[in-house]
Design a protein around this ligand. Structure first.
Ligand SMILES: [Zn+2]
Length: 187
C-alpha cells in the first residue's frame, strides 16, 4: 500500500446505518466516522450520529493517543480484508466472538504489527495445541474448523474482530474499523 493510498484510506469518512433511533423523529441514525491529523495536534477521531430525515446531528471528537482505554471493532468481510494490518500494543486483548477466540495481553504475544491473516494463523496455532485435551462441545469445535477452512479457501467468511486496549494505542488500519472509548461503553 502506498503512502497516498494509506492516507486516503484513513481520511475518508465512513457511514453506516445503526439501530439507534433519532431522538427527534425516531428514524434510524447513521454513524459517520474517520480519523485525521491536525498540525500540532495529535491524531484525532471524529464521529457523528446523523439523521437523514430531520438532519439531527450529534458529534464527538476525541484525541487518540491519550492513554484512554479504547475498543476497536471491525467487521471482516472479504478475503481482501485479511491483508489489513493492525497494531497490537502489549496491553491489547484480541476477541473474535464467532469462534470464541480470546487472546489476553501477555499470552504468548509481545504485540506488534501483524496482518489480520497473521493474527488468524496465530489463533489457529493456539487452537491446535488446545484441541488435544478439548472436552467441550463438539459442534462448537466443528464450527471453528469450518471457519479456518473457509479462511484457507479464501471464501467469504464474515467475522468480528475486536481489539481492546487500556493504553488506547491499538489500531486496525482500515476505514472500516470503528473506535469506541471504553469508558463511554455500557458493557
Ligand atoms: Zn431525525
Amino acid at each position: 500500500m502506498t503512502d497516498q493510498e494509506k492516507k486516503s484510506e484513513r481520511n475518508v469518512p465512513v457511514e453506516r446505518e445503526t439501530s439507534i433511533e433519532c431522538p427527534v423523529c425516531s428514524s434510524k441514525l447513521f454513524l459517520v466516522y474517520y480519523t485525521t491529523e491536525i498540525s500540532y495536534e495529535r491524531e484525532i477521531y471524529i464521529q457523528s450520529y446523523v439523521c437523514h430525515n430531520c438532519l439531527y446531528k450529534e458529534s464527538e471528537i476525541f484525541q487518540l493517543n491519550t492513554g484512554e482505554p479504547i475498543r476497536v471493532t471491525m467487521n471482516v468481510q472479504s478475503p481482501e480484508d485479511l491483508g489489513i494490518l493492525l497494531y497490537r500494543s502489549p496491553s491489547t486483548t484480541v476477541l473474535i466472538p464467532e469462534i470464541a477466540a480470546e487472546i489476553y495481553p501477555g499470552e504468548n504475544s509481545e504485540g506488534g504489527i501483524v496482518s489480520i491473516e497473521g493474527l488468524l494463523d496465530n489463533i489457529r496455532e493456539r487452537f491446535n495445541t488446545m484441541i488435544q485435551d478439548f472436552e467441550g462441545d463438539q459442534e462448537e469445535l466443528k464450527k471453528i474448523f469450518r471457519f479456518f477452512d473457509a479462511i484457507d479457501k479464501k471464501e467469504e467468511e464474515s467475522f468480528t474482530l475486536i481489539l481492546e486496549d487500556k493504553s488506547g494505542k491499538c489500531r486496525i488500519n482500515s476505514s472500516k474499523a470503528l473506535i469506541d472509548r471504553l469508558s463511554t461503553l455500557e458493557s
